[in-house]
Design a protein around this ligand. Structure first.
Ligand SMILES: [Zn+2]
Length: 294
């Protein structure tokens, strides 16, 4: 059995990269409901990977990166409608402090700016217009459907920071310590799950994150997920395409042979891409072990 993890960003009527419309998102959840596919919580996913939970039906893990305000406006009400579980990966320096915007939930008139515009605003004084607030994140968690976990503190481009490889690693370590502290303070606990921003990680970075307490790490590597506790979680990018598209992807990535072979090919390509970007790092950093086991 393999459990595919889907990677969503925006659930928004605005067309664009990383955006799935509310109608299509509803179709995706409808597909799971019709096919008796169970949406797992993070702890259920972890328990299954550790061999402590037996799944008697197909399962999927829904993940949302960046915790955009449209997740509060559109994604959460639809998750509630289907009682689907999901994880929101939060950039812990982005959420604001004001109260929950209940009036926006399900609103058709409110519009999230494009992904690029949202990214430019996030973390600035105007970031409140595009990011979920802590009060909203906690309200989402309190529905019992949403887990909160870290997506770093600053969502930095690691390759642009620090002059040397050692400096980059030190900046990463500082960011991880900060995100742990903030999540602990704001949410009462810091999940051992971590999601790498912008798909940037290396073997050493994965080891550092593990030593900082993030034993389970989510990547942008494609593929399915088998059992085992020491693997980088692979994900499938959820596109703004109908249920028939998603169904084909799920069949592919639930197949252990196809899921692993496609995963290995993508892992190799992604490693080569990262090695070009991280010019100051040793090449071996991006030769990921088989099955992304580190
Ligand atoms: Zn991100």
């Amino acid at each position: 059995m393999m459990v595919p993890a889907l990677m969503y960003h925006h659930i928004s009527p605005i067309n664009g990269p990383h955006s799935v419309s509310p109608a299509v998102f509803r179709e995706h959840l409808q597909l799971f409901a019709e096919h008796n596919v169970r949406t797992l919580s993070l702890s259920e996913f972890e328990a299954w990977r550790a061999g402590e939970l037996t799944l008697s039906q197909p399962a999927v893990l829904l993940t949302f990166d960046d915790a955009w305000l449209d997740n509060w406006v559109h994604a959460l009400p639809i998750l509630q409608e289907f009682e689907s579980k999901a994880v929101f990966f939060v950039v812990t320096s982005w959420p604001g402090d004001l109260g929950p915007r209940w009036d926006l939930q399900g609103s058709d008139s409110w519009k999230q700016p494009s992904h690029a515009a949202s990214m430019a605003l996030a973390g600035t004084p105007e970031g409140d217009e595009v990011s979920m607030r802590w009060s909203e994140l906690l309200a989402a968690r309190d529905t019992g459907l949403v887990d909160l976990a870290s997506h770093s503190h600053r969502h930095g481009n690691w390759w642009e920071q620090g002059a040397t490889w050692e400096e980059k690693l030190a900046i990463l370590e500082e960011d991880l310590a900060e995100t742990r502290e903030v999540l602990q303070k704001r949410a009462g606990e810091c999940s051992p799950n971590f999601c790498w921003p912008k798909g940037q990680f290396s073997n050493e970075m994965v080891r550092i994150a593990r030593s900082c307490g993030f034993s389970s790490q989510f990547s942008t590597l494609r593929g399915g997920n088998g059992m085992g506790t020491s693997k980088l979680v692979r994900r499938i990018n959820a596109e703004n395409k109908p249920a028939s598209w998603l169904e084909k992807r799920l069949i592919t990535y639930r197949n252990p042979v196809l899921g692993n072979v496609l995963g290995l090919v993508h892992q190799k390509l992604h490693g080569a891409r990262l090695a070009r970007r991280f010019a100051s790092a040793p090449r071996s950093e991006f030769r990921f072990p088989l099955l992304a086991s580190v």
